[in-house]
Design a protein around this ligand. Structure first.
Ligand code: ASP
Length: 333
């Protein structure tokens, strides 16, 4: 009798500790963080109308994801919904607004990762998927693979029954003009003054699940089937419930070399500490001195958020119960 009571007490103590660890009271019920790309975004170059268009679209993306999260939906559905909104807008370099490659085509990349299972999916260089993030998600959910590229990935989009669109849909005058400008200059350093515009999202849901996703048209004037960091798990996207979810934007080659998304998750997992400080130090003290510009969004299982960038600005925003913020420039906190 005494032994059973003792065992019951031990069980209750352990159970309450477990509850405490997984759902500390300070953890918000849900969090969604998004970005619409980092780059040379200067207030002086942006009209008031453009400024408000971008902010409105960031709010719409947050609305779409938050509706799902606050009704008990998953972080996977929330980031997919938020990224789709940005892919459907011509404002961002993803989906509809994807930039043009050197040969005048649109070659889009996307990836997605779940932090609990470490399941992931990605597509590189797809040209017909209306929403590349859905293609990445289908790779994760419907195949045994992680990354599909080029014509095979386009065929997969058709086989999976996803919406497709023709070249007319992906034509936007602004992106076409950017390519023509760069083609005229053909300077090696032309990449450095580009506005990037990739989109990404990370979320934490009521069940404590972290998910990350990224979608992009890559870099204007890219050649030779160049892939950046966005479709590469560990470089542009990573999620691990033991540490954090990360989505990057910027000059992809540097994010690949420094495996930025995984590096941040790894530091948080092994060293712990403040997410914002760790993420800022990674970009500012390592990537930037090496010549890499860009930014990232990150979110950990306690609901800590980081949105550092080394450029003049980054389209960004977050929402959680009772709090919402969108920002563009570096001087907005
Ligand atoms: N990281 C993307 C790439 O290199 C570009 C971007 O973030 O805008 O393809």
């Amino acid at each position: 009798m005494f032994r059973s009571v003792y065992l019951l007490l031990v069980f209750l103590v352990l159970w309450s500790c477990r509850q405490e660890e997984t759902t500390p009271s300070a953890v918000p019920a849900y969090v969604l963080v998004i970005h619409g790309g980092a780059g040379a975004l200067q207030k002086s170059e942006m009209t008031a109308e453009q400024d408000s268009q971008y902010r409105a679209m960031l709010h719409l993306a947050l609305d779409a994801g938050e509706d799902i999260l606050k009704n008990g939906g998953t972080s996977l559905d929330a980031i997919t919904a938020a990224i789709r909104i940005m892919e459907d807008s011509p404002l961002f370099n993803a989906g509809k607004g994807a930039v043009f490659a050197h040969d005048g085509t649109n070659q889009m990349d996307a990836s997605i990762m779940e932090g609990e299972t470490l399941r992931a999916g990605a597509v590189g260089g797809v040209s017909q998927a209306r929403n590349p993030i859905l293609a990445a998600r289908a790779v994760m959910e419907k195949t045994d693979h992680v990354l599909l590229t080029g014509s095979g990935a386009d065929q997969f989009v058709l086989d999976a029954g996803l919406d497709t669109a023709g070249t007319d849909y992906f034509f936007t005058q602004r992106r076409w003009d950017s390519l023509q400008k760069i083609l005229k200059r053909e300077q090696q350093d032309s990449l450095s003054d580009q506005k990037f515009g990739t989109v990404g999202a990370v979320a934490l849901d009521r069940n404590g699940l972290l998910v990350a996703g990224t979608s992009t048209g890559g870099m204007t004037n890219k050649r030779w089937n160049r892939l950046g960091d966005s479709p590469l798990i560990g470089a542009g996207t990573y999620a691990d419930n033991r540490s954090c979810a990360v989505s990057c934007t910027g000059h992809g080659e540097y994010f690949i070399r420094y495996a930025v998304a995984h590096e941040l998750a790894s530091r948080m997992r092994h060293l712990g500490g403040d997410l914002q400080e760790t993420a800022t130090a990674l970009l500012a003290d390592e990537l930037f001195p090496a010549g890499g510009t860009g930014g990232l969004i990150a979110l950990d299982r306690h609901g800590q958020i980081a949105m550092p960038f080394t450029t003049e600005g980054m389209y960004r925003g977050f929402t959680r119960p009772g709090e919402r913020k969108v920002a563009i420039y570096g001087d907005e906190d």
